[in-house]
Write a protein that binds this ligand. Structure first.
Ligand code: MLC
Ligand code: AMP
Length: 507
C-alpha cells in the first residue's frame, strides 16, 4: 500500500470530480478534478527542475490556489515540502536554505534576484518563481513539462514536510513531519469536527504553518470540502462571506477583530456551523462575547508545529472557555514534573507531554535537540504548562519556554536579543511578551545602554529591519539602568512583564 498522504487525497479528488476545491473571491480557482490534473502538471515542472523523492522544496510565495497545489504536487512526487513565512528576510532565508539543503527554492517573482543570490551562496541548485496571477517561471515550466501521473510510493515514516520553528537558543529547528503524522491528524480532525463534502471553509490564515496548511487544507481535502481562499485576514471580506460559509478557522486575533465589527450578528452567522480557534490562547472573555453576539461557542483546540493537533474541545458537548478540551483519539497526554518526568498529582500544574501518531520524527539534522525534547518512551516535551481539570479538559496555564506568541506567530526572545545586543550602544537586552489588545502578546524589548550612549527606541527597531521578519520586531523598546536578576544571575522576566504589563492596553 502507498502511504503517501497524496494517495489518500487523490482518491477523494477523483470522487469529488467537478465539485469546487479551492476558489478566491474573484472566482479564480479549481474543481477537485482540475486540481488533481494540475498537481500532475506541477509535479512535472518540479521533476524537470530536478526534484526527486526525498528532496526538500523550499517555498516562500504569497498565498494563492497555486501555492496549495504546489504543496500537493510536492507530496505527489515524494518531495519534502518546506514552506517559509512570507515575512522572512533574505538573512533569515539564508539560514533555512543552508540548513535544509533544498533541491529547489520557489520564491515570489519580485524576489527572484535576491533569491538567486541566496541560492548561490547556500548551494541551492535551482530557483523558480510563483506569483499570485498564475504567473512565474514555475508556471512556464509546468506548461512545457510532461505531467507526472504517478504518485510516488512513500512509507508511513517518510518525510512529507519540514516546518521550521525557532528555539530558545535562537537557532531555528526544522520539525520533520511524516506522511503518517499528517494523515492521522487530518483524519482525526475530520471526525472530531464533523467535516463533510458540504463544508465551505473561509480560509484567511497563512498557508506556511501547521494551522493554515495542515489543519485547514488537509482536513478539507480529506473530507472533500471546499476552501474559499482570502489572501490574508480581511474582516470586510469575511463578513461578506459568512452567509455562504460553514466554517472558519482562526487565531484569537481573528475573533477579537470580528467582535469589533458591529455587522457580526447571529443572523450573519446563521449558515455557519463551526468556528475554531488555536495557535495562541483565546481569552474566556472573547469566547463569551462571541457566543453572546453570534450564538456560536468557539471551539478551541491546542497544537504545535511538532505535534500537529493534540487536544480539542468537543463538537457535541460542552466547549469550556479557557480550556483546550480533551486529547484527540490516539493522542496521549501527561502532565509531569520538569525533573524526572514523573506525573504530577491530578489537577496540578506541570509540563504537558504528548505521544501519538501525530508527534513528529525529530528535528532535521539535530539529533541532540531531538533527544532533549523527544523522550525514549515516545513522549514529546511541549514546554507548555498545563493542568487537567475536573472534566478531564486540558487548561494551558502558561509556558515553561521563553516564547512570545504574537497574533499566532511564535517569537523566541533569544533571537531578537542576540541582534539587539550586537549594537555598540547596548550592554544587554531582554525581550518579553506583554498583553496586547490585538495580537494577544506584544513583543517588547527592555534594553540597558552603555553609559553615555545615546540610543533611542526608533534606532533599536531600525537596526532589526532587514534582519528579522516584521512580526518579530518589538512594538516598543524601553531603556533601564539594569535588568532585574535572581541570585543565580538569571534575568527575571516575570518582573519585567509585570512592570510593562499595561503599556499596550492603557494607551
Ligand atoms: C502582522 N504584524 C504583526 C503580526 N502580523 N506583528 C506582530 N504579530 C503579528 N502576528 C505587523 C505587520 O507587519 C504590520 O506592521 C502591523 O503588524 C499590522 O499588521 P496588520 O495589517 O494588522 O497584519 P495582518 O495582516 O492583519 O495580520 C495579523 C494576523 C496575522 C494576526 C491576522 O499575523 C496572522 O494571520 N496570524 C496567524 C499566524 C498563524 O497562522 N499562526 C499559526 C502557527 S501554527 P507595520 O509596521 O508594517 O504596520 C501553530 C500550531 C497551532 O501555532 O496550534 O496552530
Ligand atoms: P508553534 O510552534 O507555532 O506551532 O506554536 C505552538 C505553541 O502555540 C504551543 O506550544 C502553545 O504554546 C501555543 N498554542 C497553540 N494552541 C494554543 C491554545 N489553544 N492555547 C494556548 N496556547 C496555544
Amino acid at each position: 500500500m502507498n502511504h503517501n498522504l497524496f494517495a489518500t487525497f487523490a482518491e477523494r479528488m477523483r470522487e469529488r470530480g467537478d465539485a469546487p476545491f479551492v476558489t478566491t473571491r474573484d472566482g479564480h480557482g479549481y474543481s477537485y478534478r482540475q486540481a488533481l490534473e494540475t498537481t500532475a502538471r506541477l509535479a512535472g515542472a518540479l521533476h524537470e527542475l530536478g526534484v526527486r523523492p526525498g528532496d526538500r522544496v523550499a517555498v516562500q510565495v504569497d498565498k494563492s490556489p497555486e501555492t496549495l497545489l504546489l504543496y500537493l504536487a510536492c507530496l505527489r512526487l515524494g518531495g519534502v515540502y518546506l514552506p517559509l513565512n512570507t515575512g522572512y528576510t533574505a538573512a533569515e532565508i539564508r539560514y533555512f536554505l543552508n540548513d535544509a539543503e533544498p533541491a529547489l527554492f520557489v520564491c515570489r517573482p519580485d524576489d527572484l534576484d535576491s533569491a538567486r543570490r541566496v541560492a548561490e551562496e547556500t548551494g541551492c541548485p535551482q530557483v523558480a518563481s510563483l506569483g499570485t496571477a498564475v504567473d512565474g517561471s514555475l508556471i512556464e515550466h509546468m506548461q512545457r513539462a510532461a505531467p507526472v501521473e504517478a504518485i510516488e510510493p512513500r512509507d508511513d515514516n517518510d518525510l512529507a514536510a519540514i516546518l521550521y520553528t525557532s528555539g530558545t537558543t535562537g537557532r531555528s529547528k526544522g520539525a520533520m513531519l511524516t506522511h503518517r503524522n499528517l494523515a492521522s491528524n487530518a483524519a482525526s480532525l475530520v471526525e472530531a469536527w464533523r467535516f463533510t463534502e458540504a463544508d465551505r471553509l473561509i480560509h484567511a490564515l497563512p498557508i506556511f504553518h501547521t494551522h493554515g496548511l495542515f489543519v485547514a487544507c488537509n482536513v478539507c481535502l480529506m473530507a472533500g470540502a471546499s476552501l474559499l481562499f482570502l489572501p490574508r485576514l480581511d474582516i470586510d471580506a469575511i463578513i461578506d462571506e459568512l452567509p455562504r460559509g460553514t466554517t472558519l478557522m482562526g487565531v484569537p486575533t481573528f475573533y477579537t477583530r470580528l467582535l469589533q465589527d458591529e455587522r457580526l450578528t447571529r443572523e450573519l452567522t446563521a449558515n455557519m456551523r463551526l468556528f475554531t480557534s488555536g495557535s495562541a490562547p483565546l481569552t474566556a472573555e472573547t469566547h463569551r462575547e462571541f457566543a453572546q453576539r453570534t450564538g456560536h461557542a468557539i471551539l478551541e483546540r491546542y497544537g504545535m508545529t511538532e505535534t500537529n493537533m493534540n487536544t480539542s474541545n468537543p463538537y457535541d458537548g460542552e466547549r469550556i472557555a479557557g480550556t483546550v478540551g480533551r486529547p484527540l483519539p490516539g493522542v496521549e497526554i501527561r502532565i509531569t514534573q520538569r525533573e524526572g518526568h514523573a506525573p504530577v498529582p491530578d489537577g496540578e500544574i506541570g509540563i504537558l507531554e504528548v505521544r501519538g501518531p501525530n508527534v513528529f520524527a525529530g528535528y532535521w539534522r539535530m539529533p541532540e535537540k531531538t533527544r532533549g525534547e523527544l523522550l525514549d518512551d515516545g513522549f514529546f516535551i511541549t514546554g507548555d504548562l498545563a493542568r487537567i481539570d475536573e472534566h478531564g479538559y486540558v487548561q494551558i496555564v502558561g509556558r515553561d519556554k521563553d516564547l512570545v506568541i504574537s497574533g499566532g506567530y511564535n517569537v523566541y526572545p533569544k533571537e531578537v536579543e542576540q541582534i539587539i545586543d550586537e549594537l555598540d550602544a547596548v550592554v544587554e537586552s531582554a525581550v518579553i511578551g506583554v498583553p496586547h489588545p490585538d495580537f494577544g502578546e506584544g513583543v517588547t524589548a527592555v534594553v540597558v545602554r552603555r553609559p553615555g550612549a545615546t540610543l533611542e527606541e526608533a534606532q533599536v527597531i531600525e537596526s532589526l529591519a532587514g534582519r528579522l521578519a516584521k512580526y518579530k520586531q518589538p512594538k516598543r523598546v524601553f531603556f533601564v539602568d539594569e535588568l532585574p536578576r535572581n541570585t543565580m544571575g538569571k534575568v527575571q522576566k516575570n518582573q519585567l512583564r509585570e512592570r510593562y504589563e499595561a503599556i499596550y492596553t492603557t494607551s
